[in-house]
Design a protein around this ligand. Sequence first.
Ligand SMILES: O=P(O)(O)OC[C@H]1O[C@H](OP(=O)(O)OP(=O)(O)O)[C@H](O)[C@@H]1O
Ligand SMILES: O=C(O)c1cc(=O)[nH]c(=O)[nH]1
Ligand SMILES: [Mg+2]
Length: 197
Amino acid sequence: MLTDDAVLTEFRDAGALLEGHFVLSSGNHSTAYLQCARVLMDAKRAERLCAALAGKIRAAGLADGIDLVVSPAMGGVVVGYEMGRQLGLPAIFFERVDGVFALRRGFRIEPGQRCIMVEDVVTTGLSSRECIEAAEAAGGTVVAAASLVDRSGGRAKLPVPFVPLIRLDIPIFPPDQIPASVKGVPPVKPGSRGLKV
Ligand SMILES: O=P(O)(O)OC[C@H]1O[C@H](OP(=O)(O)OP(=O)(O)O)[C@H](O)[C@@H]1O
Ligand SMILES: O=C(O)c1cc(=O)[nH]c(=O)[nH]1
Ligand SMILES: [Mg+2]
């Protein structure tokens, strides 16, 4: 069990609590960004946080009978792997092919396998919902979801019980409602969805 303060300290110590002007995966803008890759680059920190998340999942009675961890690449790859280790389950990831989540690399889901979908961050919940739909389309039954961070303040709706390690309520702005003070700061887009290179 980790307190919210302890989780935020881990993020702060990892240099993962960023302030500025960010374009999120959803196209919304924000003045705050949680860079989970910086948290997960430290194996011991990843272990501490994922052990706590696994503990929350067990405490919620959601760990029993799960066969498989599924997660959405890129952000979900490392956290999915470590959650598989903590829960004693295999872990596979979906990756976007022409924008649509697909299983590659010989990964597959056996018919009826019970899955938990694991994300790094939930903002609108779109990536999570798409990953859950992809796992169901691949033959699985998704019974729960988990993430390191839910920054939606609980507003993101997922179709299965959802356990975040920490829940934050961080404002997001649609592109036509960005405050003037934020507009003046050149935006950066850290995530990979819809990235133009
Ligand atoms: O709840 P949402 O509004 O979907 O936002 C959260 C998603 O955005 C980020 O991924 P991103 O799509 O930027 O791609 P990445 O994981 O490949 O970096 C993050 O890893 C989540 O998957
Ligand atoms: O919504 C996102 O794209 C997003 C927000 C955030 O704080 N961290 C992240 O990795 N993605
Ligand atoms: Mg992602």
